[in-house]
Write a protein that binds this ligand. Sequence first.
Ligand code: BGC
Length: 734
Amino acid sequence: MKTKQFPFYALLLLININMFAQQKKPIYLDNNQPIEARVKDALSKMTLEEKVKMCTAQSKFSSHGVPRLGIPEIWMSDGPHGVRMEILWDSWGHANWTNDSCTAFPALTCLAASWNPEMSMLYGNAIGEEARYRRKEVLLGPGVNIYRTPMNGRNFEYLGEDPYLASKMVVPYIQGVQQNGVAACVKHYALNNQEKWRGHINVELSDRALYEIYLPAFKAAVVEGKVWSIMGSYNKIRGEFACHNNLTLNKILKGEWKFDGCVITDWGGAHDTKESALKGLDIEMGTWTNGFTSNKAFAYDDYFLANPYLKMLKSGELPISNVDDKASRILRLIFRTAMNQNRPYGSLATVEHHNVGRTVGEEGIVLLQNTTKLLPIDANKYKSIAVIGENAVRKLTEGGGSSELKVKKEVSPLQGLKEKFGAEKIKFSLGYASGAVSYDQVLKSKLNADSLRKAAVKIASESDIVIFVGGLNKNTQQDSEGDDRRAYALPFGQNELIAELQKVNKNIVLVMLSGNAYEMPWIKQATSLVQAWYIGSEAGHAIANVLAGDVNPSGKLPFTFPVKLTDNGAHSFGAIAYPGDSVNEVYKDDILVGYRWHDTKKIAPQFPFGYGLSYTTFTYGKATADKKSMTADGKITVSIPVKNSGVVKGKEVVQLYVNDQKSSELRPEKELKAFQKIELNAGEEKIVSFTIDKTALQFYSDVKKEWTAEAGKFTLLIGASSRDIKGKVEFELQ
Ligand code: BGC
């Protein structure tokens, strides 16, 4: 038998395959290698010019990659409650794509009002999926600046006035986004608590206020949430711009918190090459060439961290290690996102995402008043329903500044109410009109205010029940970026209108859409009041579901509603404390922000922090603790039975506050240190327990410059709001 010859060409092929297999992929391209090894490898292959290039923008919303090595650019998008429409390469115009319509999720005040970290996870994941589908590496959000004054035009983008609540809510949001291979970019770090003069105002404050109030949510984002990027704010902090600030970026963020991600400027937030190089900045994004001051087309090479930076590195004025650190951080960001081959593909404006938006909205809506039990509305009882107010029909996903959205769908409150209660029963009247959206000025309405009011009062007098939908909107000087509100009162004559409606109809449900508190001169006559924030795509459905009782409201206020503006701490020390003298601003309210101020100074709020009603009632039993004293390294557990004493299922947010009975330094009357949202069927009872350790008892001592818990007596207060304390236990810290 003839043996078969192994063909020569087959042998060659085998040799080739073998050689190919032995030709190793560079480490940085190998998705299975540890990220740090990939960073080191890529960095070793890069020229100085390539490293520098990565540190600046190449367009309005992207920064450079390394094309020679196949390392892609980074694409970013606003944030924080939807993925913004595409913007032109080198100007702020909309690019008018036809495939970039997103889901508008509820604004972050609404998310905070849910007091439910599970909502944050759902939200973060859904918006992360949208960002991924839209091929974004970085989502410019969430925002965690503390709500210091109701005047701040951007409060709607943040998580309220309490550092503990904001910290608990921000972490799952970040994890949800980042599990999609998209970096969250927590903003605006730090002390950007107002829009007025945001580009230059210098904030002065105590270390104590910094560490206790303004930093914890950022710290939680970095240390617990492991966020991959952070955005520096526009303002100055103790004399240095926040985008290149030795204290907040080098010492605290990269030093104390060991942040290994990228510091990105707010757009145009860099002001100097050497400062940017040495004081913590990694990527310079921008509006114009020179911070805010001069404009030039395609100016990217002139950015502070572009050619001027390269020049300083080449001349030896700056060490190469400086750019190596920045490039390493940027590479790390790219390997975590664009070059992560395992990331999912994402999806955009799906039914699932709209459901997430509606669910978060329903959990965040706060029932503030329901004295005559008008709510939930039983539509069978009424033949005619008047819906009054511009916010019933206004597109509230537009405007507001950089968080503007182009949406696939936006259900207005009017539409939601018609679907729920029957269009034939509903008559709509505008009642007031705010005018067009304009970034620079509030345009006067062309509609005659008098005739609008009269028409509304007429239909109110002829209807069985009135649903008024008002509040603020996304016009400038309201809930909008770039400037602050001018007045605490509701705009466009709404107070007068509400007062007139109250005269002609006793059955009025007030539904307010806003991201801020406002004055309520009509509150004594208001039997039903609902705070419904900005809910986005599913606003109308969420509102209608709550008004009809298909969803039992369970939101609680994430910030205080003062009776008048001067009741707020930031407004109690003259202009230097807010808005500043145009150069400096001193946070004289110090640690007494929000309810900390109202409680310590004994100023009754209109509605307190943590407040919100339900269609059912909850009865609290006796609070007990597992011990009477606690060692410094020990723990204490406090428990309280909570019963649904009404007839419908509902959710309650049980809140734990700590009071330090005696201290060597000022302490607020009480501070939130834990909370739990529980669901109870009618008649059901659950025991809610909280375990805390000394971190819940300590303060940042301005004297010792460290966190301290002083021995002595503490009271743990458990309540349904910061001012509705249901049970107390005392214990001693040894
Ligand atoms: C805003 C940021 C935003 C950026 C990009 C800035 O004006 O302050 O929050 O992410 O623009 O749009």
